[in-house]
Design a protein around this ligand. Sequence first.
Ligand code: SF4
Length: 445
Amino acid sequence: MNKLKKRNPHKDKKEQFATAVVANSAGEIFDLDGYAAIGMAGSQLVPLKYSDIIKLPYGSELMMLPDRIPLLYNIASRKIEKLEFNPFGPNEKVFPVAAFNSPGFVITYNCAYQENKDAGLLPLFSYGAVGWHKDGFCSAVHQVDQEKRQDLRFMKKEDVVSGIGRMRKKMPDNRLRGHLEKCALTYSCPAAKNFFLSRFEAPLPTSQTCNANCLGCLSLQKDSPISCSQDRISFTPSVREIVEITLAHFAKVEQAVVSFGQGCEGEPLLAAKVIEPAIRQIRAQTSKGTINLNTNGSLPNVLDQLLVAGLDSIRISINSLSPDCYHTYFRPGGYEFKDVMKSIQLALEKKKHVALNYLNCPGFTDTPGEITALIRFLHEYPSNMIQWRNLNYDPVSYLKAMEPAGPNGKPAGMLNLLNLIKKTFPKIKFGYFNPPCEKFNNDIL
Ligand code: SF4
């Protein structure tokens, strides 16, 4: 006879949620029994269930958020609480904890908190919801790219340093090589490390200036209380320096990619004077490798020259396919949203690979207004790929900034958005990294 076990309803309820984690003022992070972690998407606050989370991806970092109060779900009372003090350690102030997730993982919820009145803008990271499950941290994310391109386990410091030594010998007077050394060692930039490790994609920062003024620009913050996360390149590399780096990378790496347009520079279209001849010289010497441009797409005529010179692919940065929301975030100087569309059109006409660098924030990107704009765009401009990227900007401030640009409605959920786009456009590729031409998604053309 089967034995019937008595069920404990409280235990069942408790176990379906990820446990909340908070930090004390010393930065120590701990879980709070009886409380569930909450994910935030705009005004929506959702207790995180097991189905919303996965194990915190390797290489992700946890951050304590100052001047903010954690919002947690009390499992027994089934209520959301603003918790200023540790219920198990009276007088111990607690703070929210967020995850900066590894590349390839899209956050589905932001960490839930309420700002104090005097809260300053958070630094330039994304702030994903995080909790504790079984014996480890868990994160509200969805994996869109499996590639190990920026997996820190394959980027040992001693190997980077020995790669730097090799490249110094090979190109002693190359200033761009020197700049990439600083990126790799000081900023721990995975793209720069990959150049010295001869893996995947090498960066080619070139431009000192930009014609936009993005709220979350990583390389320049003018009149802003926050600092940029890396210094912008302070010189324009010569054609020879760009060609030398590229040929060294292409010679050693199978399915290699080089990309203009990096986090430590401005807009590469403004450096076309050196990029165009560099592309021509590279292509005169080898047909190997993929030459890619990460760009804001602001100058279609200039882009056209680069495409003709031999550029293989472009990745256009965009936070929204609604012109007003785009302008609010990018704050363009001397170009408009329609110029970006023209650039995409030109690249598609020339059968070049077009990816969106789609900057996401749960609670904004997954609202009906944004979803409709994205679907309309993809019907009109059948792009090859969407690179789903977490927007590195204070999520509460971002939503506040976007409010006047358009009432977008109730968020549908990031996973629902991803599923809907895949269902509507089954041929489009989702990912995170710039693909080599051997892996271009040409089906769509
Ligand atoms: S387009 Fe790029 S470089 Fe220019 S302001 Fe925006 S983030 Fe910065």
